[in-house]
Design a protein around this ligand. Structure first.
Ligand SMILES: [Zn+2]
Length: 244
């Protein structure tokens, strides 16, 4: 099989590189899509967990309030009972001892009442805060839904663009010598999507290292595939490239 002239091959590789540069960029964008979606879900999940925690702590305060109310009720019943007994007592001493007991319980009760008021305030504050947080969550959730839709639409656009680019690629690729394209594709993979670069002011357009004059004149000759000694990318001269 006769070898096709290298100069034409270089032209095709440049065309292929133009497509592959876009393909690599789209693929990078595509790869970041799941991360974006996950970040949105994680943010919502953490807000939800915060609300759940606030609700649990509210339940705790409600329970403490119930206990205090129960204990207040119990002590008030006790006072009633003692007050009923006051008139059955026979001596002044017994009477004043019981009165003092009743006063003691009343003093306890006013402390309990203070706690009850404090817990009721806490509950009111927590309820308000939870309801605000829930409202914010609803807004955030709706916004996230829209963001996710945009990301998913963008992913579809990327897929469509990739399929167009790959179609174009499949038209060019079969016209390139097997050995040449295999060298190109290997470099493409190893060098993150940039396999063929122009010589720029005597340097490699990929790694920017200076090129020896012999290499530059070999590139100009266009009789063989010439690679950069530093980054191993394929080199070409911008001003003497023949496309197709
Ligand atoms: Zn280089």
């Amino acid at each position: 099989m006769e070898q096709k002239p290298i100069k034409g091959q270089i032209g095709l590789l440049i065309e292929l590189q133009a497509l592959d540069t876009q393909i690599y960029a789209f693929n990078r964008e595509k790869a970041s899509t799941p991360g974006y979606l996950k970040a949105i879900d994680d943010m919502l999940e953490s807000k939800k967990a915060g609300i759940k925690q606030a609700e649990d702590s509210l339940k705790g305060v409600q329970l403490k309030l119930k206990e205090k109310e129960g204990s207040l009720q119990q002590k008030e019943d006790q006072i009633k009972k003692l007050q009923g007994q006051l008139y059955t007592l026979k001596t002044n001493k017994e009477y004043s001892t019981m009165l003092a007991e009743i006063e003691g319980i009343k003093a306890d009760n006013s402390l309990i009442e203070e706690d009850i008021i404090k817990f009721m305030d806490e509950i009111e504050f927590a309820r308000k805060k939870i309801s605000e947080e829930k409202e914010l969550y609803r807004i955030e959730e709706a916004r996230s839904q829209k963001d996710k839709e945009i990301i998913n639409l963008k992913a579809k656009d990327i897929e469509a663009a990739l399929s167009t680019l790959n179609e174009k690629r499949n038209v060019i690729a079969p016209n390139i010598e097997k050995q040449v394209i295999s060298k190109y594709e290997k470099t493409l993979k190893n060098k993150d999507g940039l396999a063929i670069v122009p010589v720029e002011n005597g340097s490699c357009g990929g790694c920017h290292m200076g090129l020896p004059p012999q290499v530059i004149s070999d590139v100009k000759l266009r009789e063989d595939i010439i690679i950069c000694g530093s980054c191993l990318r394929i080199l070409y001269m911008e001003d003497n490239v023949e496309i197709n």
